[in-house]
Design a protein around this ligand. Structure first.
Ligand SMILES: Nc1ncnc2c1ncn2[C@@H]1O[C@H](COP(=O)(O)OP(=O)(O)OP(=O)(O)O)[C@@H](O)[C@H]1O
Ligand SMILES: [Mg+2]
Length: 241
């Protein structure tokens, strides 16, 4: 078997270029509800490279969360292909996919999905605890909570945090494993202008310094304008600029 690292990027056997993290082609998604099919995505393709920041906008209900869940291998498309780091993730079984996700993808859910019984610090450490990579993670989790201005809230449980604070904990949790790909679903939806600007700065800084790629679904025009590329979903189609 050829060593992938020594091949020219376009000579790789999977046809992937070395710095491409995610490649999705012709994704379609139909939901079946009762008698009718609802076709939410009608052939969406996107490619993301290391260190790239991309924002996607679109009206409520156009399929932003649906697309993000598919790109994060949390849900399956009805049709289409998805490769992350050249791996055909739709071909993996459930356990393999969960393991792959934990190693490569950080996900910020639209409704944060924090565990109510655990503190902010424990929630941020959770992906590391689940992956049994706890060494040094407490310090990293504390550092990330400081970066999202929550150093004074480490021991608060989600019920003792504001909506915007929960969202910032969820961002820190998505970053704790240093994933090369971060998928964020309206991460600044509950934040005021200052907090959302700081979050945008953090994403751009991490993309530059750590080479992480960020794909963000957002209604926030300032955020969208401050990232490298923007796209817009309408009628099940993604137009990228
Ligand atoms: N499991 C499901 N079964 C059936 N229909 C669904 C399901 N999940 C989502 N939908 C529908 O698919 C469409 C897209 O939903 P999605 O959550 O992706 O929208 P969105 O762009 O993220 O919206 P918002 O900006 O409000 O978060 C919506 O019309 C929704 O009602
Ligand atoms: Mg959504």
């Amino acid at each position: 078997m050829a060593n992938l690292d020594t091949l020219a990027p376009d000579a790789r056997p999977d046809g992937a270029q070395a710095n491409v993290i995610l490649r999705a082609e012709n994704l379609r998604k139909k939901y079946r509800t009762g008698e009718e099919d609802l076709e939410v995505l009608r052939g969406v393709s996107i490619e993301l490279r290391e260190g790239e920041t991309v924002a996607i906008t679109g009206a409520s209900g156009v399929g932003k969360s649906t697309l993000l869940h598919i790109l994060g291998a949390l849900d399956r498309p009805t049709e289409g292909s998805l490769h992350i780091r050249g791996v055909d993730v739709l071909d993996l079984d459930d356990d393999e996919r969960a393991e792959f996700r934990s190693a490569h993808v950080g996900f910020v859910f639209q409704f944060h999905n924090l565990l109510p019984e655990f503190t902010a610090l424990e929630n941020v450490m959770m992906p590391a605890l689940i992956a049994r990579h706890a060494d040094g993670m407490e310090a990293r989790a504390r550092g990330l909570l400081e970066q999202v201005d929550l150093a004074q809230r480490l021991d608060h449980r989600p019920g003792e945090l504001s909506g915007g604070e929960c969202q910032r904990v969820a961002v820190a949790r998505a970053l704790v494993m240093k994933p090369e790909l971060v998928l964020a679903d309206e991460p600044s939806g509950n934040l005021d202008d200052v907090a959302s600007r700081r979050l945008h700065d953090l994403m751009r800084e991490l993309a530059r310094v750590e080479n992480q790629a960020f794909l963000v679904m957002t209604h926030d025009r300032d955020l969208a304008a401050s990232l490298d590329r923007t796209g817009h979903i309408d009628g099940g189609i993604l137009e990228l600029c």
